[in-house]
Design a binder for this molecule. Structure first.
Ligand SMILES: Cc1cc2nc3c(=O)[nH]c(=O)nc-3n(C[C@H](O)[C@H](O)[C@H](O)COP(=O)(O)OP(=O)(O)OC[C@H]3O[C@@H](n4cnc5c(N)ncnc54)[C@H](O)[C@@H]3O)c2cc1C
Length: 280
């Protein structure tokens, strides 16, 4: 199928973009990032906007800036720019480890971190990473700027707190300390697919961060709170099979046993990659 007719604008900067978004007189207005999810939705006519505002060319949204204890990552930065280490602040980070696992190179060349968060697919890699890091999403409209935590931002599968005239300008990530460790494990049948089960864990004693999060669930990712605290305290001693099964089961009520087993396996492999360096 082909997309229905729509107007397309590509403003040069953020100010002009916010202005274009604020004019809702044209009918339904949609933001376009890398168009890797929006493009198929337009072609299938699942999205039928009257106007599309392409935000991929705004210089303000293509930079990584340090702001105290935070790294502010521009929303239009692509998966492959992170994979390729274009931004020194992200080299060797959790993000640089995850980026090559997203889709295929052609999609990574255009898909953006902001677009992925806005799309809010429960199986998306950046969604899980942002939850695990305790990231904040920076939203802007011509009315002003606001910041939301990921649980405040992602309200459900494909559902966010974005207003019609708002865009994501950046994602704010905590700057991790020297002693921080992390793991990421994504289960999918073929390289380049969305996760069937996924887990991300971050422990940073310097920032008091201990978060184990399961992704690819029916809605937003789930924090395994008790297990996170226990693993931060006791390390490998807390990785007994019963503890892992109980933790994963607690956030997957009603899940098919095979799907739950995938969650348990993603959890186990993620934590073992940090604490045991073996892929169980
Ligand atoms: C075959 C295939 C495989 C894929 N595999 C994976 C995978 O394994 N893991 C994974 O995580 N993703 C995967 N993706 C999705 C891919 O990562 C997309 O790039 C991403 O979901 C959307 O990013 P985008 O920049 O292309 O956004 P777009 O497609 O342009 O937009 C997606 C949605 O977000 C909105 N939007 C975009 N940018 C902004 C913004 N700055 N502010 C507010 N709203 C915005 C749009 O209005 C639209 O609703 C896959 C996609 C395809 C087609």
């Amino acid at each position: 199928m082909k997309a229905a007719i729509f107007d397309y604008v590509r403003p040069k900067n953020l100010t002009a973009g916010l202005e274009a978004l604020s004019d809702q007189s044209a009918g339904i207005v949609k933001v376009m990032g890398g168009s890797q999810s929006l493009g198929p939705m337009l072609n299938l006519r699942l999205a039928r906007p009257n106007k599309v505002v392409d935000v991929s060319g705004f210089p303000e949204m293509q930079q990584v800036v340090e702001d105290g204890n935070w790294l502010v990552v521009g929303a239009s930065i692509t998966h492959s720019q992170i994979e390729d280490g274009i931004f020194p602040q992200l080299r060797g980070s959790l993000l640089s480890e995850v980026a090559p696992q997203i889709a295929y190179r052609a999609i990574r060349n255009r898909g953006t971190i902001g677009g992925s968060l806005a799309h809010a697919d429960p199986a998306a890699d950046w969604v899980l990473v942002a939850f695990a890091l305790g990231a904040e999403v920076e939203l802007q409209s011509s009315r002003g700027k606001r910041r939301l935590s990921m649980p405040e931002f992602m309200l459900g599968a494909y559902t966010t707190a974005l207003a019609e005239d708002e865009l994501i300008s950046a994602v704010r990530l905590p700057r991790l300390g020297q002693r921080a460790v992390w793991g990421y494990h994504k289960l999918c049948r073929k390289t380049g697919e969305f996760a069937e089960a996924s887990c991300c864990a971050v422990f940073d004693p310097d920032r008091g961060l201990a978060r184990i999060v399961l992704g690819a669930l029916d809605g937003p990712p789930s924090l395994l709170g008790e297990l996170s605290v226990d693993v931060a305290k006791r390390g490998v001693e807390a990785l007994g099979e019963e503890a892992l099964v109980n933790a994963a089961t607690s956030v997957t009520p009603g899940k098919d046993p095979v799907d739950r087993q995938l969650c348990i396996t993603a959890l186990r492999r993620c934590l073992h990659s940090i604490f045991k360096e073996s892929k169980a």
